[in-house]
Design a protein around this ligand. Structure first.
Ligand code: 5GP
Length: 205
């Protein structure tokens, strides 16, 4: 059963303004989920919105972490009911999409959110919600390091090859982002992402 809104917001995190919507992009395996998990532990009042996907769960993943895992039929039903801000078929025809009711509810009620999207989905999202959206692109230190990280987390060589094939498309869009950062040293990257988010939040308040 897919919930109507994915997140239960703590009313004490509500701001006196529209919620800021942070979109994180970057090639698969660059470390977006790790960064977001660490940021959420450090920063109060920002919520991760899990995307919906039809891809299978990897070891260590669970329902809502980092995705809402659904069947192809469930995803297509959600498309038909206009439940997505954007959606794309990525990596061997798996669907990935951003849950529109959760995003709208967060922003309208003054809660800051962060989510993950590929570069094409990000373009669609900005076209649909042009204001209060802040885009951040995460680069790997090198392509060798990216391959290494992908192989470390997934023993399926074909799945890794598919993700590597998409890297040039992803990197080709990086200049369209509000912020870019390199995820080399994790501690430093967390500090950098934190300062980007804090900078925006301080500026809009
Ligand atoms: P995976 O987790 O299967 O390795 O790769 C996920 C890919 O899909 C990444 O490029 C990630 O940025 C992208 N992605 C994750 N969630 C969404 C989403 O909601 N919408 C779109 N368009 N892409 C997503």
């Amino acid at each position: 059963m897919i919930p109507e809104i994915f997140i239960q917001f703590d009313p004490s995190d509500k701001r006196d303004r529209k919620g800021c919507f942070f979109v994180l992009s970057g090639p698969s395996g660059v470390g977006k989920n790790t960064l977001v998990n660490l940021i959420l532990q450090e920063m109060k009042g920002i919520y991760y919105v899990p995307s919906v996907t039809t891809r299978s769960m990897r070891p260590g993943e669970s329902q809502m972490n980092p995705y809402v895992f659904v069947t192809k039929e469930e995803f297509e039903d959600m498309i038909a009911r206009n439940q997505f801000l954007e959606w794309k078929k990525i990596h061997n025809n798996n669907y990935y999409g951003t849950h529109l009711p959760t995003i709208l509810s967060a922003m309208e009620n003054g809660f800051d959110i962060i989510t993950d999207m590929d570069v094409l989905g990000c373009e669609d999202a900005i076209a649909r919600i042009p204001e209060h959206v802040y885009t951040i692109f995460v680069l790997p230190p090198s392509l060798d390091e990216l391959s290494h990280r992908l192989l470390e987390r997934d023993s399926d060589q074909a799945a890794v090859a598919l993700r590597l094939q998409r890297v040039p498309l992803e990197l080709g869009h990086k200049d369209r982002y509000d912020f870019t950062m390199i995820n080399d040293n994790l501690e430093q990257s967390v500090r950098e992402l934190r300062s980007i988010i804090q900078g925006v939040v301080d500026h809009v308040e």
